[in-house]
Design a protein around this ligand. Sequence first.
Ligand code: GAL
Length: 656
Amino acid sequence: MKSVRMPVPGVSLGCDYNPEQWSPDVWREDAALMRRAGVDLVAVNIFGWSNLEPSPGEYRFDDLDEVIELMHAHGIRINLGTGTSSPPPWLTTLYPEVLPVADDGTTRFPGGRQAWCPSSPVFRDRALDLVGRVARRYGNHPAVALWHVSNELGCHNALCYCETSAAAFRSWLQGRYRKIETLNEAWGTSFWSQRYGDWSEIQVPRLALSLRNPAQLVDFQRFSSDELLGYYRAEAALLRKHSEIPVTTNFMVTAHIRNLDYWSWAPEMDIVANDHYLDHRLGDPVAELSFAADLTRGLAGGRPWMLMEQSAGAVNWQPHNLTKAPGEMIRNSLTHVARGADSICFFQWRASAQGAEKFHSALLPHAGTDTVAWREVLKLSETLDRIGEVAGTEVEADVALLFSWESWWSAEGEARPSQAVTYLDQVHSAHAALRELGVTTDVVPPDADLSRYKLVVVPGLYMISDTDAQGIADYVAAGGRLVVTYFSGIVDERDRIRLGGYPGAFRDVLGVLSEEFAPLKPGDAVTLSSDQKATLWTERLRTTTASVVATFEDGPMAGIPAITRNEHGEGIAWYIATKTDMSGILAEAAGLENTKSDKEVVRRRGTDRSYLFVINHGTTPVDHPARGEDLVSGKRVDGVLTVEAGGVAVVREEVS
Ligand code: GAL
């Protein structure tokens, strides 16, 4: 495995910096203030293109030169954007064919950001021309510590339905299926008279009069992810030609963006980096943060990663943009560090006075430095310095949760048993239940080596290949413990139903067979024989080799098994056929007591040292057994660590 070369030693503090929005005297004030705040790394030139190339072929690097020199003089390292994330207006005026097209066939115009088609050869040529110039100019500058390709690739433009994309989609399909007959089989085109005689007949899946072909939609997702990855590769190859500095781009492992299959992207990154914002549209945004951090660590193969963006306070793009209470931003940051981040960066340094993001928080708010927000930044900076020695250590976890973007795309097809059942809800519920039990979970792909885990959790894994399903069954047969939840194992990679009863791929390992789904209306609940309430989903399940743990007491499936347990080889596999509190089953499967807590406890371990992170999300102090030194407070801990309400502790543990 590749070792990770972080841009700055220790646990660094960083931010996006957009000097284009300010005058040179503000740059100087900023550099001095950044130093005061202990900023180690700044991302510049993220949206730089229209400044660097104000008209076609006319280049101006003096401002960027000056900013880089200024940062260098202040001992601040540069995370250098290639500048290509948003094309300048001249480009889309000269080449309107670069503009993306939505699924209704209408063009998306400039005026926002990222208005480019991922398959556009014109865009790629012009962008790579700029990247080459930036790479040659700054690729060996001593301040430049990291390349930041574009920005959040696919945030807005992942799915483009223009004719250029359609042509690229066809050649991608030819690469995947070789013969048109194989594609016809894979897409099940005998249904609704969709049989293709020639590749040229295939379209991108624009909106249709009725439901679209689900296999075509899934392939379009796969294609779109690959297309942007191809674009990333082109920029990265050019950077590597001119420079030895590590290359990355910022992922969006988050609840509202799902278009890129980051399992295929991650191996291409020198450092895995993620952007994460608390999403107050979710039931439990803080639990989702922990999930996203665990998934990012999974993408990084367990090695340290960077949090490339988060917010100091409120964002501006949710319907109701909640700020962070004092202490909250520090808890958020330390949760990322606990779960493997060695760098904590923010969008952005100085709050914008103009533009679409003028109401987005920043490290330096509109009101300046005499503010609660600024004092929090200083406190975070000091905390990160104090815990710097945890950098390079890895997170300890013996439970895995399987996650798949392909399942996310396919499980949420246009026509499905219940629109109220979503993939992410199943994933989040399982992860949150483990977290409340105090379990640290690795989030891994369905083809991961599972042998070292004591428990593997498979929430709503709708699409799975034969090979991956076999790997999971073998893991159980060899003594592993498995918990699978409803709407799992239903289809193969072609989105073709696995016949013979649900949950298709997992029937044998779970020892059950389900004849029929019976989803519940949102708001309706049923009772289980274990006295738990359950919602959203029931099914006509029977056991083959499993034993029944709980049945539905009422509702459409009264008297039918709801939770089962199957001994398979040396191991045990549970099936949960409804949405209910999973903590009892998870605790039993993991061999733990079923007790929940507000404290988040995670351990990072190096070859000769270990660090215990305890984050108190509650409103009263919590105790935790520990011995060593709390790096945050500098105090010795002799057996019992007390963490104040809303506080954080990182104990360098003494081995007894
Ligand atoms: C990200 C983006 C940043 C900024 C931020 C606001 O999507 O990379 O440029 O827009 O969100 O939350």
